[in-house]
Design a binder for this molecule. Structure first.
Ligand code: 13P
Length: 247
């Protein structure tokens, strides 16, 4: 049985004042079976770890492929681990678009995470143009194969399906579309990794809210969510954690 995972991605949001939201999420998470993760800005990781204790795992939102060196402004996986992070989000579409990250770079970043005992939350997803052109499964297959390192296991890797057109737009694929992609990702992982392919947790991300969480969590091969905007406030995110816990 795969454990459920409610993951939040705070993106470029959050200062010390927002630790109060984390504190309120911790109170809810502590009463649930569902695993909870928040990807905070790097500046908040150590304080978030101190606030969240064992109730919520804290992750970074990106890392460099290299362990150290002359890369001004970048953060290595070992720095994330040193700050107390247990996870790193890799390949978010905002990184792929804003920073030109390719599947090969995403795989290398995920490997850098593994080398520092970080679980990689690898993000993939098609654009609107790709969906409308009927290329969704081709794109997902290519991104999944190229972004997931050979060393990936169900224990060190989570895959997040985030259709680019559903992120921050309020638009959500139909439940049939989510099921199609998640079932496809599962079959691809089993084909590549054998029985362990069944151990990878598959998250859906893109405009998940308290109002749509229940129906999304009932979809086949959806093991949780990667939530952006609705992870910033405990009032929203706690409702999503509860919906997943009860799914
Ligand atoms: P929203 O939940 O704000 O659509 O963001 C999803 C996302 O990009 C999570 O990584």
């Amino acid at each position: 049985m795969r454990r459920k995972l409610a993951a939040g991605n705070w993106k470029m949001n959050g200062t010390a004042a927002d630790l109060a939201e984390l504190e309120a999420m911790k109170a809810a998470a502590a009463t649930k079976q569902t695993d909870v993760l928040i990807g905070t800005p790097a500046t908040l990781i150590s304080r978030a770890v101190a606030t969240a204790g064992d109730a919520i795992a804290i992750g970074g939102q990106d890392c460099h492929t290299n362990a150290s060196g002359a890369h001004t402004g970048d953060i290595s996986a070992s720095m994330l681990a040193d700050a107390g992070a247990s996870h790193v989000i890799t390949g978010h579409s905002e990184r792929r678009v804003d920073h030109g990250e390719t599947d090969a770079i995403v795989a290398a970043k995920s490997e850098a995470g593994y080398a520092n005992d970080l679980t990689a939350v690898i993000c993939i997803g098609e654009s609107l143009e790709e969906r409308e052109a009927g290329q969704t499964l081709d794109v997902i297959g290519t991104q999944l194969a190229g972004s997931t390192p050979a060393a990936a296991t169900g224990a060190n890797t989570v895959i997040a399906y985030e259709p680019v057109w559903a992120i921050g737009t309020g638009k959500v694929p139909t439940l049939e579309q989510i099921a199609e992609v998640h079932d496809f990702m599962r079959s691809q992982l089993v084909e590549r990794f054998g029985e362990d392919g069944n151990a990878f947790r598959l998250l859906y991300g893109g405009s998940v809210k308290p109002s749509n969480a229940n129906e999304i969590f009932a979809v086949s091969n959806v093991d949780g969510a990667l939530v952006g905007g609705a992870s910033l406030k405990a009032s929203d995110f706690n409702a999503i954690i509860t919906a997943l816990d009860e799914a």
